[in-house]
Design a protein around this ligand. Structure first.
Ligand code: MIC
Ligand code: SF4
Length: 633
């Protein structure tokens, strides 16, 4: 039978289930990654599972999010992560080495393998033919403990690229065009598999940018074939032995097709406050800017920054411009080929390789400031300044705009960036664990609080509607990031005080007063980051159920893992009939286990009844009705 690339990779790793979209499959996991903001919880959960050794081939713990060390909290977390790595045989990438996705691509990318990571941009690895999926920390912990991962088999969509980019258009513009067409919820339940003659015109870094930002479409992941470009990339990284060709069979079956003619792509930009609010750069050209920031796991590769250096060379930036290279290796290459000198001479600030401003760790814009960034998310408030206006574009548009202080359409002849295929490779920055096993003392600073277990739900789950939200609520809305809150990621009681503070400052008080409650939401609840704090913290406060029109994939799995019922309206018009403060009773929750798909919800205040449903697998229902994954084990 002819197979697409996804079917080949999943088929090679299949432990349970069939490749039927919408049904649950269990796959063997080759690699995992964590970063420090989600990693501490993931490893606490892993410890709670009580196994001696990791069951994966390669697992890496990166420190790249909480890098400021403004006080003891981050440093404590990093020492905890380092000691856990030594104990269990996990590789450790220390603070300042680079952003996890950039590093993982450069150092550990292997076509045909399966990677899961506790970060929503893990799909970056799809740029070189590795099936890479973002998940919650608990799912990484479970993969470390068992070598397995359960997921719903997605539909596989063939994205057929033809032609070649021209006139300053870049990979970022391809993914922005897809976001313009399909929106932040257009990819839920799907994998985008790229094919066609246009693919070979894109480098692995271009492909990684596209795969990375597929997360913004809500996709399970994106994947490119492994071809001569992949070979060249792996050779340059000193990893040629990992190379193999892998692609879909000719005539393979797909669940849908999208066609993109690369010759028609023009520079695009996402306008405030959503990555799918996309226009052409021409449409918003001339908008005054206060700041330009170049970096993040989407656009901080050597090639990206070489274009930036070339555009800035012998010119001066007009507004504060900040550049954060994706990894120390990228920075070292920029030093060796003198591109860093061109950047610094033009007046830019250089930050150390880390997530930095992308996660609100510094460089927040001024009040109501307008900032153009090469990142992937421009949700309101994520920059650290609540009323800032954030635009998202590729590094070329960003560099041109830095020179004028306004959003600017790239002009002139596009320079060719010479690619000799040779770069300075820094393979020894990531620490190979000593594997001291049982002898290793785990360092637990006072910021690290023990992981909590929750009791199973009653048969009738009742509570007040403590909040009613609209569509597309992000996990940044639920539990904000930023320099003030991020250091508390290992301290659930402390960080829970910030739940919904940006969009509903009274939420925590109300939930405490009511001793818990139920949340109502519109479509795509929990889009964005994989942070399981967005499930765990509401659970800690006493939230028992979220009833929405629909959920984002990773967040729904996180809700299950922490025992919050993720239920959907059978009739979405019922969303309009419920209001804040109504008291609800969800009846017969335990009957879910015997196959009941639909539950009745009594609205005691409104004196009415409506129905809710779910699309969870039996295994997930068992977890949910045990009160979460830690109880289920
Ligand atoms: C993000 O880009 O929002 C993050 C920070 O990388 C998150 C993870 C986190 O919240 O720690 C993600 O994308 O999953
Ligand atoms: Fe880091 Fe930003 Fe990438 Fe998230 S999106 S991993 S915060 S660089």
């Amino acid at each position: 039978m002819k197979k697409n690339l996804t079917e080949k990779i999943i088929g090679n790793h299949l432990l349970e289930g069939k490749l039927v979209p919408g049904t649950e499959v269990c796959v063997k996991i080759d690699q995992t990654l964590t970063q420090d903001a989600t990693g501490t919880l993931a490893y606490l959960e892993f410890e709670g599972m009580g196994v001696d050794r990791i069951k994966t081939k390669r697992s890496v713990s990166y420190v790249d999010h909480n890098t400021l060390q403004g006080s003891y909290e981050n440093a404590d977390d990093h020492k905890f992560l380092q000691s856990i790595a030594a104990k269990y045989g996990i590789l450790f990438s220390p603070n300042g080495t680079g952003v996890c996705h950039q590093l993982h691509l450069e150092r550990f990318g292997i076509p045909g393998e399966i990677l899961i990571g506790s970060d929503s941009h893990t799909p970056t690895g799809g740029g070189l033919g590795m099936l890479s999926i973002g998940v919650g920390g608990m799912d990484v912990a479970w993969a470390l403990a068992s070598g397995k991962f359960y997921m719903k088999m997605p539909e596989v969509i063939n994205v057929e690229l033809s032609g070649k980019l021209k006139n300053w258009a870049s990979a970022k513009d391809i993914i922005l065009e897809l976001l313009r067409r399909y929106t932040v919820k257009g990819g839920v339940g799907k994998i985008f598999e790229y094919s066609g003659t246009g693919v070979e015109t894109l480098s692995v870094y271009d492909r990684a940018t596209i795969a990375n930002m597929g997360a913004e479409l809500g996709l399970t992941t994106s994947i490119f074939p492994s071809d001569n470009q992949t070979k060249k990339f792996l050779e340059a990284q000193g990893s040629s032995k990992e190379f193999k060709y892998i692609s879909a069979d000719k005539g393979a079956r797909y669940d849908g097709t999208i066609k993109i003619d690369l010759t028609k792509i023009v520079p695009m930009i996402a306008c405030p406050h959503s990555p799918d609010n996309v226009k052409t750069v021409k449409e918003v050209a001339g908008t005054d800017l206060d700041q330009v920031v170049i970096g993040s796991c989407t656009n901080s590769s050597l090639t990206d920054l070489m274009y930036v250096a070339r555009i800035l060379k012998n010119k001066k930036v007009k507004i504060p411009t900040i550049i954060s290279p994706g990894s120390k290796q990228v920075l070292m290459n920029l030093i060796k080929n003198c591109a860093l000198a061109d950047m610094i001479e033009s007046g830019v600030r250089i930050l150390e390789p880390a997530c930095g401003p992308c996660i609100g760790m510094g460089c927040a814009p001024n009040t109501a400031g307008v900032s153009l960034r090469t990142f992937n998310r421009n949700f309101k408030g994520r920059s650290g300044t609540d009323d800032a206006e954030i635009y998202i574009a590729g590094p070329i548009v960003a560099a041109f705009s830095a020179l004028t202080g306004k959003i600017t359409v790239p002009q002139g002849k596009m320079p060719a960036i010479k690619d000799s295929g040779k770069i300075a490779v820094m393979r020894d920055l990531i620490q190979i664990p000593k594997m001291e096993g049982k002898k290793t003392k785990i360092y637990r600073g006072k910021n690290i609080k023990p992981i909590q277990k929750f009791s199973p739900p009653e048969d009738i789950v009742s509570g007040k509607i403590v909040a009613k939200f609209k569509d597309n609520i992000t996990t940044d809305d639920i539990i904000p990031a930023g320099a003030k809150i991020l250091p508390l990621r290992s301290n659930i009681p402390a960080i829970s005080e910030y739940v919904f503070t940006k969009i509903d400052p009274d939420f925590v008080r109300r939930v405490k007063e009511n001793k818990g409650g139920i949340i109502i939401a519109g479509d795509n609840y929990g889009q964005g980051s994989s942070r399981e704090h967005a499930a765990l913290c509401p659970r800690h406060l006493g939230i028992k159920a979220v009833i929405s029109k629909s959920f984002a994939r990773i967040h729904k799995a996180n809700l299950v893992n922490f025992g919050i019922l993720p239920l959907s309206f059978v009739n979405s018009a019922d969303y309009d009939t419920v209001k804040s403060d109504d008291v609800l009773e969800i009846i017969g929750v335990k009957s879910l286990l015997s196959g009941n798909k639909i539950l009745k919800v009594k609205n005691i205040s409104g004196n009415s009844v409506f129905e809710v449903t779910h699309d969870l697998a039996d295994r997930q229902l068992k977890i949910l009705l045990s009160g979460g994954l830690l109880n289920y084990r």
